[in-house]
Design a protein around this ligand. Structure first.
Ligand code: R1P
Length: 286
């Protein structure tokens, strides 16, 4: 079936609407970062850079580490941007731009987020590099897509719902990492459920000037325990990444450089160093 001109917007030069990339520009291994300035912090370790492109907050460098072709691109902040990035990455590899039809043979990308995050457990100090076993989305993105939970995910989701109760009518969604990537790139890292928040301040329990509608947010989330899992950290993209990757048939893993401890009320004095360690670790393992 042909995808219409308004559903799939292709720029006059043949590139996809927001990312400004052509089919063929995306490597099968993709690193996503939130901050556009972090793209160069990743590609500085490439042995060669094939090209650099960008539009808005979406900066892309594709190059090689040894023989491995890698694309690093910035998503900006939030799952609204993840919606754009993941749909556009997917069509770049899985839709024929000439016929506007889905290709017969689909490509599954390996997508690794290297992002920053705040810990909500006392035993996860700043400087930790953590892999998200799951994303728990507090944002609205998955209200708009059909997505299904595995049996294990449904059990965990039921436990989470009981713990949270009716949370100001927030309708959280649960998503999981690619098992393969979690067991390879994330193999020996601390793991946990990452909460994806639709904002940075009250949606992550920060109290500055405005009054928060969900009081004691941090103690509410860090007191959840199931048999195997607990909530470890907060950020703004992981659940959307995991959910869209699964729907579209890609593998995804979120690696979090822990810059803040929300329970010890601390922020790192050397955030760049922690992010650098996470970048190097991921590049060594992919
Ligand atoms: C907020 O400051 C941003 O930092 C975190 C959050 O997920 C959000 O995007 O990740 P990045 O450093 O990867 O952007």
């Amino acid at each position: 079936m042909k995808i219409s001109d308004s559903d799939l917007i292709i720029n006059p030069d043949g590139s996809i609407y927001h990312l400004n990339l052509l089919p063929g520009d995306v490597a099968e291994t993709v690193i996503t970062v939130g901050d556009p300035d972090r793209v160069g912090e990743v590609s500085k370790y490439f042995d060669s850079i094939e090209f650099e492109k960008g539009k808005r907050e979406f900066i892309t460098h594709t190059g090689y580490v040894g023989k491995k072709r890698i694309t690093v691109l910035s998503t900006g902040i939030g799952t609204d941007n993840i919606d754009i990035v993941f749909n556009e990455l997917d069509v770049l590899v899985n839709v024929d731009f000439e016929s506007r039809e889905v290709k017969k043979e689909l490509t599954s990308l390996n997508i690794i987020r290297v992002g920053t995050s705040g810990a909500v457990q006392k035993d996860i100090p700043m400087g930790t590099i953590l892999a998200s076993s799951h994303g728990l989305g507090m944002d609205a993105l998955m209200n708009y897509y059909v997505h299904e939970l595995s049996n294990d995910e449904q059990v965990l989701m039921d436990e989470i719902k009981i713990h949270f109760g009716n949370l100001e009518n927030i309708n959280p969604y649960l998503t999981a990492a690619s098992e393969t990537l979690l067991n390879t790139i994330g193999k020996d890292l601390p793991k946990g459920i990452t909460i994806t928040a639709p904002g940075f301040y009250a949606p992550q329990g920060r109290i500055v000037r405005a009054k928060n509608a969900v009081p004691n947010f941090i103690s509410l989330i860090n007191s959840f325990h199931s048999n195997q899992y607990r909530i470890t950290n907060l950020e703004m993209e992981t659940a959307g990444i995991y959910a869209l990757a699964k729907i579209l048939g890609h593998q995804a893993l979120s690696i979090n450089a822990i810059l803040a401890s929300r329970v010890n009320f601390e922020f790192s004095k050397e955030p760049n160093k922690i992010v650098e360690q996470a970048i190097k670790m991921v590049l060594e393992r992919i």
